[in-house]
Design a protein around this ligand. Structure first.
Ligand code: BES
Ligand code: ZN
Length: 620
């Protein structure tokens, strides 16, 4: 019925087009959303939520201001997942509220449930009263015992890619932007923060208000509640954390302002006002999440030596690539992550020097090559094909590093000055808009390929974007330091020098990582023990070094590392680390029972997203 109606409308539009009605560009549809954004859009939302730690649920309402694209629209479809919908109200522009009828559709394992709300012709606002549930995948509730201070509970959200719908019924697609305000009620002794303005001198009274005036995609709506404290790092930057981490984090990340200044010089003024960091408990499933004005950060990068601060450069870079110009659906994730990795590396070179940036670049390329070797060829193209699949299962280093290398290639070919200009123009022209691969390619064609013919061909571009694997002749950044490490390792393996002769005192974390990654995967047990005795890799407090070492040691069944692996898995929930560790244990027949025992003990402390990934590793 609906289809027939649409068909007639289409025909009508077509015949009208002859009479000079400009065609409306088709809105690219998002395979991971039920929302009917071609007909009606929420452009502004208001949250009023109570954070109930006893029930471990959020309850309250979300109000959406409607923007009708189709004046005749009779229904609004929102995305939802694992929510209890209590009632829906609608209002006209006089503010008269009345009940709206709704249906909650069948559960789709990936997308959740469509919440279809019946509108009357005068409706300008809807208000949905709801509660979250234990299955709300975008929230992690931690008991006091699971926090660093062990005194107060903690809650945080992780909405990217499609989990905002599990704590707010909304149009959950990055094709759309919404501004928001919120009132959040918490236990009095706790502080709530959001991806919005967080005033530094808020009274800690359990009643908090937030405004995010700039329109953002739904996956950037974020909240955290805990025994949080604030420490300023510079006029525009600061850290929120539990007391344990506060001073350490502020010291570790005190170059953030420098990064911001460099970034603003490169690609245009920082568009969001303040930039603060929130240090999450160690169960945070990612390294970082670029929630605007307030990046969420894993504590595993607080090492005391700033060795892992490229994560901050990365999340900060998203303030432009991702938050300002946003991938319009998850097939185009590379437009967020590839640009951001490229931008990140540029920032690292400016702030910490080209030698460090070159090392980080090489390490990334290694990670990419490892991923590509394990992926289906289809998943190694920059533009992904995720329809019918869970985006959480398909993300890899391809979007990040292959995307970065493609942009690096363009920079190398067109020259830095031109390419800087190109990227600035891109951010400026598409600010606060969504971007898909096709539109980007058109812009690239106009701004560079056509202007400077003969430099890069369209076929080359298409091979990078749509083709599998890593194209030959991908750009590299040679690192003298890494070459030195490789040479010395060869000499040690050939028994020409002893470990004491390595200039290891002077090596940075990056050199160590390269050293470990280069070690032969069939190293003799005595050699493993010799290395461990000399450098204590099994005891390393640097998570990157520890995991790199474990990748070598677990398959070789090097037993001294196992208790440490267990400790690590009980303490840390960052998916990037724990999923590979479980996989390695499970691939080693001697450690399968051990892996299972650890998981039974650790599982309750992991984020739902991390649990889902580990369950898959266990074949669940
Ligand atoms: N936006 C991502 C995290 C993300 C991506 C969450 C896709 C859900 C779906 C964030 O910016 C990120 O890339 N984090 C990385 C760190 C980085 C330095 C590569 C991470 O968490 O490891
Ligand atoms: Zn990122």
């Amino acid at each position: 019925m609906l289809k027939l109606w649409m068909f007639v409308a289409l025909l009508l539009c077509h015949s009208l087009a002859v009479f000079a009605v400009p065609p409306v560009p088709p809105v690219p549809t998002d395979p991971h959303s039920f929302a009917n954004i071609e007909q009606v859009q929420s452009r502004k939302l208001t949250l009023d939520l109570t954070v109930d730690f006893e029930q471990q649920q959020l309850h309250g309402f979300v109000e959406h201001e409607l923007h009708r694209k189709d004046p005749k629209v009779e229904q609004m479809i929102l995305d939802s997942r694992a929510l209890v919908i209590e009632k829906v109200l609608q209002a006209n522009d006089q503010g008269d509220w009345q009940i709206a009828t709704f249906t909650l559709g069948e559960v789709d394992a990936i997308k959740g449930q469509p919440l279809t709300i019946n509108l009357v012709s005068t409706t300008t606002k809807i208000r949905v009263y709801y509660r979250t549930t234990a299955a709300s995948s975008g929230l992690q509730w931690l008991s006091a015992a699971q926090t660093s201070e062990k005194r107060q509970p903690f809650l945080f959200s992780q909405s990217q890619a499609i989990h905002a719908r599990s704590w707010i019924p909304l149009q959950d697609t990055p094709a759309l932007r919404v501004s928001y305000q919120a009132r959040i009620r918490t236990p009095k002794q706790l502080l709530a923060v959001m991806s919005a303005d967080n005033s530094q001198n808020t009274e800690r009274d359990g009643d908090y208000r937030f405004v995010m005036p700039q329109p953002i995609p739904s996956y950037l709506i974020a909240i955290a509640v805990g025994d949080l404290h604030f420490q300023s790092m510079s006029e525009h930057t600061g850290v929120y954390a539990e007391k344990t981490w506060l001073a350490k984090a502020a010291a570790e990340f005190n170059d953030t302002q420098k990064m911001m200044d460099v970034a603003s010089k490169l690609y245009g003024q920082y568009p969001w006002g303040r930039y603060d960091l929130l240090i999450l408990p160690a169960s945070f499933p990612f390294g970082g999440m670029e929630n605007p004005r307030l990046s969420f950060i894993t504590p595993t990068v607080i090492t005391g030596d700033k060795s892992l601060v490229s994560l901050i450069a990365h999340e900060l870079a998203h303030s432009w690539s991702g938050n300002l110009v946003t991938n319009s659906n998850w097939n185009d994730l590379w437009l967020n992550e590839g640009f951001t990795n490229f931008f990140e590396n540029r920032l690292m070179a400016e702030v910490y020097g080209p030698a460090r940036a070159a090392m980080e670049y090489s390490l990334s390329v290694k990670d990419l090559q490892r991923d590509i070797a394990e992926l289906e060829p289809l998943d190694t193209a920059l533009q992904l094909q995720l329809a019918g699949r869970d985006p959480d299962d398909a993300f890899s280093q391809v979007a990040y590093v292959k995307g970065q290398l493609f942009l690096q290639l363009l920079e190398n070919k067109f020259g830095r000055t031109r390419f800087d200009g190109f990227i600035s123009a891109y951010f400026q022209q598409f600010a606060f808009q969504s971007m898909d691969t096709q539109t980007f390619l058109k812009f690239l064609q106009q701004q560079l390929l056509d202007k400077y013919p003969g430099v890069v061909s369209q076929a080359e571009v298409e091979q990078w974007v749509f083709g599998p694997g890593l194209p030959q002749g991908f750009p590299t950044q040679p690192s003298d330091a890494f070459e030195q490490v490789a040479k010395l390792q060869q000499a040690w393996l050939a028994q020409e020098i002893g470990l004491a002769e390595l200039p290891s005192q002077a090596w940075t974390v990056h050199e160590w990582l390269h050293f470990i990654n280069l070690l032969p995967r069939d190293l003799a047990p005595a050699k493993l023990a010799e290395l461990d005795a000399a450098f204590s890799f099994s005891q390393s407090g640097n998570a990157e070094i520890f995991v790199a070492w474990s990748r070598l040691a677990i398959p070789l069944n090097y037993l001294p590392v196992m208790p440490q692996v267990k400790q690590f898995l009980l303490r840390v929930g960052r998916t990037k680390f724990v999923v590979p560790l479980y996989r390695l244990l499970l691939d080693n027949p001697a450690q399968q029972v051990f892996a299972n025992d650890i998981y039974q003990q650790a599982k309750a402390g992991y984020h739902p997203l991390t649990q889902a990934q580990i369950d898959k590793a266990f074949g669940g």
